[in-house]
Design a protein around this ligand. Structure first.
Ligand code: HH2
Length: 284
């Protein structure tokens, strides 16, 4: 049985779980500006939990392609009061940041998981996970900078390259004393549509590394391109399809904006696929 030890919480990954996104930013690509006030953010967190989120992922800096970095103090000002308030809600909270200074204060408040889109590019981030004994989501991006990542969307074999990156960062983290890692191919981060599709189609090759896998395709550009739905907030059905395909290939955490749609879809999906999937994977 795989489970994530999230300080006082234990989250079984025997079935896929939902990470609900809480963006405390003015400029996130699909919901920027909606949850900037603490009360609005806490109300959103409550709604995500009610709809079935297993983890709440709080971020204070957009990492969409081309996004400008947010100063440390501003990012702290956005996320820390929200984290403090939602820790009361009894659900694990993850801090989505690439800045150790922000992660340090979130962890001191009691946050349960580090979600680092740069895949532990900064050594201090590893040290924090070790000090607080919390797991880390290691995500792939080709360079640790959203401003330039799309200039690096060039791969000979995207699946092999992302897999090798994740494995090497995972080993490094575990050797340093990080208790657990979750791997994420980084859908849309320095990747074009065909790269994203290859990573989703062959996600089993990343899952076969033996670490829990997280996928975040929610409302992203590739979904819009495939469906013709231009408004990111309306890309719900395409997002669900991408995430079910990912779950079929071994993803155990889905990072999503539209929790209710994913919860219902996963409940049905897992009732059908769960037992066969577990049976066939335990033989492997
Ligand atoms: N995607 C985004 C942000 N954080 N973290 C992980 N582990 N995986 C992802 O795919 C991922 C992530 C981007 O999405 P969003 O938070 O909705 O937008 P923005 O960066 O514009 O705030």
């Amino acid at each position: 049985m795989t489970q994530l030890a999230l300080r006082e919480h234990r989250l079984s990954l025997d079935r896929p779980r939902i990470m609900g996104i809480l963006n405390v930013t003015p400029d996130s690509f699909s919901d920027g500006g909606r949850y900037l006030r603490v009360e609005a953010a806490v109300a959103r967190a409550r709604a995500l939990i009610e709809e079935g989120a297993d983890i709440i992922d709080v971020g204070g800096e957009s990492t969409r392609p081309g996004a400008e970095p947010v100063p440390v103090e501003e990012e702290k000002r956005r996320v820390l009061p929200v984290i403090e308030a939602i820790l009361e809600l009894g659900v694990p909270v993850s801090i989505d940041t690439r800045k150790p200074e922000v992660a340090a204060e979130a962890l001191a408040l009691g946050a349960h998981l580090i979600n680092d889109v740069t895949g532990l590019a900064h050594p201090e981030m590893t040290a924090l996970a070790v000090r607080y004994q919390v797991p880390v989501v290691i995500m792939h991006m080709p360079v640790p900078d959203p401003r330039t990542m799309m200039d690096h969307a060039r791969y000979l074999d995207v699946v092999a390259e992302v897999r090798a990156f994740l494995l090497s960062r995972a080993r490094q983290a575990l050797r340093a004393g990080v208790p657990q890692v979750v791997l994420d191919p980084g859908i849309g981060f320095g990747k074009k549509r065909h790269h994203n599709l290859l990573l989703l189609r062959h996600l089993d090759r990343i899952a076969s590394l033996g670490f829990p896998v997280l996928v975040g395709a929610s409302r992203k550009r590739t979904i819009g391109e495939l469906t013709g739905v231009e408004a990111p907030a309306e890309r719900v059905f395409g997002s669900v399809a991408a995430h079910l395909a990912a779950a079929r290939r071994g993803a155990r955490i889905l990072r999503v904006h539209d929790v209710r749609a994913h919860r219902e879809a996963l409940d049905v999906f897992w009732a059908i696929e769960g037992e066969t999937w577990v049976a066939s994977s335990s033989k492997a």
